[in-house]
Design a protein around this ligand. Structure first.
Ligand SMILES: Nc1nc2c(ncn2[C@@H]2O[C@H](COP(=O)(O)OP(=O)(O)OP(=O)(O)O)[C@@H](O)[C@H]2O)c(=O)[nH]1
Length: 240
């Protein structure tokens, strides 16, 4: 007969199995000022930060979600867009990455053209083609759907995403759209795609959960970086 100690041990292993969660490292990259910090903040804390400054090195935020009864932790790495604040960190960014969010500003076409350099950086750091990639056009609240110049065309972005095996979203960290918007054009209404922020998180979580082969960590990142921080108001971990 099983002793009470053995029973208690097996009960605690069952309980730890039930509570187990998988942690995925999600790299957030893109030109400086496209809104990586604001977007990750909004995704994790549900708020648009009142004040932001250029990221130095990296900031971490975490989003916990449950999909089909499994706890999934997304560990978002908000990286620096400015070369001078990232160069010593690049090798850390790409180590054991599970997914990448490529961010551009829909009102700054140069940030969209800059994506090729970010794709190239991924290649140079041996990021596998099997790693899920997401393209996010941010600042959709500033988009004027009746104007074409000075803004990134959605069809162009869709084409880029397709060519690079990415899922495409357009949204705003500041005023996240709550539904798909339509605009009057010519005689009728044309759907104008704007995504809810939750759509991105859900797609990310679902894609990672399906990636059974990849080795997700069972505990959060516990290493440390010697990064000097300019922003006192930014904590190292923002859990939600
Ligand atoms: N209107 C609008 N402004 C935004 C949005 N997202 C970010 N911003 C503004 O864009 C500026 C840059 O935002 P950050 O989040 O610091 O940009 P970043 O990409 O993290 O910049 P680096 O840290 O330099 O790489 C800030 O002034 C934000 O307030 C958005 O969705 N809409």
């Amino acid at each position: 007969m099983e002793s009470s100690l053995e029973l208690s041990n097996s009960m605690s292993s069952v309980s730890s199995l039930l509570n187990r969660s998988r942690t995925f490292k999600v790299l957030v990259i893109g030109d400086s000022g496209v809104g990586k910090t604001c977007l990750t903040h909004r995704l994790c804390a549900g708020q648009f930060p009142s004040r932001v400054e250029a990221t130095i090195g990296v900031d971490f935020r975490e989003k916990v979600m449950e999909i089909d009864g499994e706890k999934i932790k997304l560990q978002l790495w908000d990286t620096a867009g400015q070369e001078r604040f990232r160069k010593s960190m690049v090798q850390h960014y790409y180590r054991n990455v599970h997914a990448v969010l490529f961010i551009y500003d829909v009102t700054r076409p140069a940030s969209f053209s800059g994506l090729t350099a970010w794709v190239e950086e991924c290649r140079q750091n041996s990021l596998g083609q099997d790693i899920p990639r997401f393209l996010v056009g941010n600042k959709s609240d500033l988009r004027d759907p009746h104007r074409t110049e000075g803004q990134v065309n959605q069809d162009l972005a869709t084409g880029f995403a397709k060519a690079n095996g990415m899922l495409f979203f357009e949204t705003s960290a500041k005023n996240p759209p709550s539904k798909c918007v339509t605009v009057k054009q010519g005689g009728g209404e044309v759907p104008y795609q704007q995504d809810k922020l939750e759509d991105i998180v859900v797609a990310l979580g679902a894609k990672l959960k399906r990636q059974k082969k990849i080795s997700a960590n069972t505990s959060p990142y516990t290493g440390s970086f010697n990064v000097s921080r300019k922003r006192a108001e930014k904590e190292q971990w923002t859990c939600c």
